[in-house]
Design a protein. Structure first.
Length: 78
């Protein structure tokens, strides 16, 4: 997945668990980063963050459009 940092409006699939095995609240999060170990860091607010499997994320529709536009722009500039 390209450009997976600082994306607002990310949702989690039902029954998503964090890296410790605890269930994560089904809500809207901000995707902060995906680390080199493959965990996605998502935050509900400044105090509540979780590491989850990136496959359990539902990216917002606007993210796909932005991702495609950035690829088109980079191909034109190359």
């Amino acid at each position: 997945m390209d450009n997976m940092t600082n994306v607002d409006g990310v949702r989690v699939r039902p029954d998503t668990r964090n890296h410790k095995g605890f269930f994560v609240l089904e809500s809207t999060y901000k995707l902060v980063d995906v680390n080199q170990n493959g965990w996605a860091l998502i935050c509900l607010d400044d105090a509540t963050c979780h590491y989850v499997d990136p496959d359990d994320l539902r990216m917002p529709r606007s993210w796909k459009k932005k991702s495609k536009e950035s690829k088109k722009g980079s191909a034109v500039n190359a």
